[in-house]
Design a protein around this ligand. Structure first.
Ligand code: FO1
Length: 310
């Protein structure tokens, strides 16, 4: 069995990239590590948005318009809940509900999130591994002028409008990496940091005790793909967040956040002018087209990353 390729992933941006990666490497080698600090409880159910976004995308089931949720899903259950006076700002589709019902019941029976995720992806026929960063509860908390918000309240309910003054990952220091993850990082042929928000998607994974250190110590090449292109985020509020947190809003700004553990930084051709400054951080730079507007482009970007693996 060839050595694993480990990918650290957030939601939609990562899922797009991974959709290319599974087409250019043997997916059985792939260990996807999903962010679970966005996980939330709604209507008594455990929702793991980033794990589901990656799994639905790789299974060819994702809603192509949003990138999250299921294609062609209906919302009768949510509408019925709304009529009962329940909070219904988080769009959960009828078939998506089945995933959350199954996950919640299995967790209540004592299964770990790692086990339940493995069961779900097996049912959807995925040949890769998808593991949560940890089986313990870690929660992203967003500090705003109006107070501290849980992640989905900040992101979905308040549409990421609030100025972000700080982000913390409650529980991360006490959390243990998912079973086998540190070993996979140690034995990996290569590690890829997907083009996800470095603060709220990759940040929580790096905050789980031992993961950042394992990446620093791994002999494998660690390659990161910039989610910031031409000073803008490919998806979501990363650029605004970086600005309000006093970071440089550029590919270079992302490279600075990863400087202690990344060996190769992949940035878009429009940002080629930043290559020398990224190299000055001690990284090798690969310049390519990182905008994934077609399967062919996803595959080309994935190939550029996969070529760096041994
Ligand atoms: N994102 C939204 O912007 N609005 C929603 O109503 C919403 C519902 C939702 C339901 C299930 C799911 O798995 C994801 C969902 N997302 C929604 C996406 C999610 O909030 C974010 O993509 C991630 O947490 C950030 O990566």
């Amino acid at each position: 069995m060839s050595k694993p390729i480990v990918a650290l992933a957030g939601g939609v941006g990562a899922a797009r990239f991974l959709d290319g990666l599974v087409r250019v490497i043997d997916p059985a080698r792939l260990w996807i590590v999903g962010n679970t600090a966005d996980d939330t409880e709604m209507h008594g159910l455990h929702i793991s948005p980033d794990l589901d976004t990656v799994a639905y995308t790789l299974a060819g089931l994702a809603n192509p318009q949003h990138g999250w949720g299921l294609a062609g899903d209906t919302f009768h259950c949510l509408e019925a809940l709304r009529k009962l006076g329940a909070e219904a700002w988080f769009q959960l589709g009828d078939r998506d509900f089945a995933t959350h019902l199954y996950r919640t019941e299995r967790l209540r029976e004592g299964a770990t999130l790692t086990q339940v995720t493995a069961e779900l992806i097996a049912a959807w026929g995925l040949p890769c591994k998808l593991v949560p960063m940890t089986d313990q509860r870690v929660r992203t908390l967003v500090k705003t002028r109006g107070g501290v918000l849980d992640f989905q309240t900040y992101f979905v309910r308040r549409r990421a409008h609030d100025t972000v003054l700080g982000v913390t990952f409650d529980g991360a220091r006490r959390a243990r990496p998912a079973h086998g993850l540190l070993q996979a990082i140690r034995q990996a042929a290569g590690i890829i940091i997907c083009p996800s928000n470095p603060i709220i998607s990759i940040g929580p994974i790096l905050a789980v005790a031992g993961i950042r250190e394992a990446l620093r110590e791994s002999a494998a090449t660690v390659a990161a793909i910039s989610p910031i292109v031409g000073g803008r985020a490919l998806k979501g509020p990363a650029a605004r967040m970086m600005k309000s947190l006093g970071m440089r809003v550029s590919a270079l700004g992302v490279a600075e956040l990863y400087r202690d553990f990344v060996d190769v930084f992949i940035l878009d051709q429009v940002d080629a002018g930043q290559a020398a400054k990224v190299e000055a951080l001690g990284m090798r730079v690969v310049v390519t087209d990182t905008i994934m507007t077609s399967i062919a482009k996803k595959k080309a970007l994935a190939r550029a990353a996969a070529e760096l693996m041994t």
